[in-house]
Design a protein around this ligand. Structure first.
Ligand code: BT5
Length: 263
C-alpha cells in the first residue's frame, strides 16, 4: 500500500508531530492523548491510528472509519493564556491547515463548514470529508491542555461510504484516485506548524478562518441539541461563535450546533 509507512511516521522539523505515538488500533486517538496529556506529554505530540474502536465526534456522536483507509490523528497543544481564546485559535488553525493540505495534495475545492467540518462542495451540494474534535484536558478544575482530533476520509471507496454517514465522502470518492496518508499528514503538519507559530506570536487566525468558511451570507439551518432555527449566516465572532440573522431581523449567536444549507 502506498502509505504503509504511516506506522513509522516521524517529522524532523517544527513543533508538531516530531514525537509520535502510532497504534494499529485504539479506542480513540483523542482519549489516548487526553490520558497522556495528564502525564505531562509535551506540546506537539501526535497520536496516529489505523483503526478506532470508539472514535467520537462532538456531543457523544460516533466517528467511524474503515481500518487503514483514513487519517485518524490527534495533536496535543498547551495553549498560552488566555486558555479559551488560544484554544479557539488552535481549532481554527487545524481547520485552515487541513483545508489547505487537502487542496494542495488533491486539488479539490474544500471548505470549512461551521464549526469544524471539512466539506467538498459542488454547487449547492456538499459532502463531509473530515471532522475535527477539540477537547480540553483538565488538571484539577483548571483547563490545562487541548487535544485536537482529526478524522479525514482518504481511501474509502464509494461502496463503503454509506456505512459512515449518508453525507460522507472521501478523497478517493471525489477524485477517483488514492492518496498517501503520509503525504497528506506532512502537508497538514507543515501548514499547521507555520500558522501555530504565528498564533503563539499573537496573530489571530480569525480572518483567514472566515475566508475558508462555507455559506457565509447564505440561508442556513442551525440545529442545536435544543432547537432548530433558520436564518442568514451573517458571520462569526472572534471566538468562533456563529451569528445568525433570523427572519424577524433579530440576531442569535451560537457556540454549539450543526449548520446545513437551505436550498
Ligand atoms: C466531528 O464530529 O466531525 C469530529 C470528528 C473527529 C474524529 C477524529 S478521528 C481522530 C480523533 N479521535 C476521535 O475519537 N475523534 C477524532 P461531529 O461534527 O459531531 O460529526 C459526527 C457525525 O459525523 C456523526 O454523527 C456521523 O453522522 C458523521 N460521521 C461519522 N463518521 C464519519 C465519517 N468517517 N465521515 C463523515 N461523516 C461521518
Amino acid at each position: 500500500m502506498a502509505d504503509s509507512l504511516l506506522s513509522h511516521y516521524r517529522r524532523n522539523k517544527g513543533l508538531l508531530g516530531t514525537q509520535v505515538l502510532y497504534r494499529a488500533q485504539v479506542p480513540s486517538t483523542n482519549t489516548l492523548l487526553l490520558e497522556a496529556g495528564e502525564r505531562g506529554l509535551p506540546e506537539g505530540f501526535l497520536a496516529l491510528a489505523d483503526f478506532q474502536i470508539a472514535g467520537r465526534g462532538r456531543l457523544s456522536r460516533k466517528w467511524v472509519a474503515p481500518a487503514g483507509t483514513c487519517l485518524l490523528m490527534s495533536l496535543l497543544f498547551r495553549p498560552l493564556p488566555p486558555f479559551n481564546r488560544s484554544a479557539a485559535y488552535i481549532t481554527m488553525v487545524c481547520g485552515i491547515a487541513l483545508a489547505d493540505a487537502v487542496r494542495e495534495v488533491t486539488g479539490l475545492s474544500v471548505w470549512i463548514k461551521w464549526p469544524n467540518d471539512l466539506i467538498v462542495t459542488r454547487g449547492d451540494n456538499w459532502r463531509k470529508v473530515a471532522g475535527i474534535l477539540s477537547e480540553v484536558g483538565m488538571v484539577g478544575r483548571q483547563p490545562d491542555f487541548l487535544v485536537a482530533g482529526i478524522g479525514l476520509n482518504v481511501n474509502v471507496s464509494r461502496n463503503m461510504l454509506p456505512e459512515l454517514d449518508p453525507l460522507a465522502t472521501s478523497l478517493q470518492a471525489e477524485t477517483g484516485r488514492t492518496f498517501s496518508r503520509v503525504v497528506l499528514l506532512d502537508a497538514f503538519l507543515e501548514r499547521a506548524d507555520v500558522l501555530y507559530a504565528q498564533v503563539r506570536d499573537g496573530w489571530s487566525p480569525h480572518s483567514l478562518w472566515v475566508e475558508n468558511l462555507a455559506w457565509l451570507g447564505k440561508a442556513v439551518q442551525v440545529s442545536t441539541p435544543t432547537e432548530n432555527l433558520t436564518g442568514i449566516a451573517e458571520g462569526v465572532e472572534l471566538d468562533g461563535s456563529l451569528l445568525l440573522r433570523l427572519t424577524d431581523g433579530t440576531r442569535r449567536c451560537f457556540s454549539v450546533g450543526d449548520v446545513s444549507l437551505r436550498i
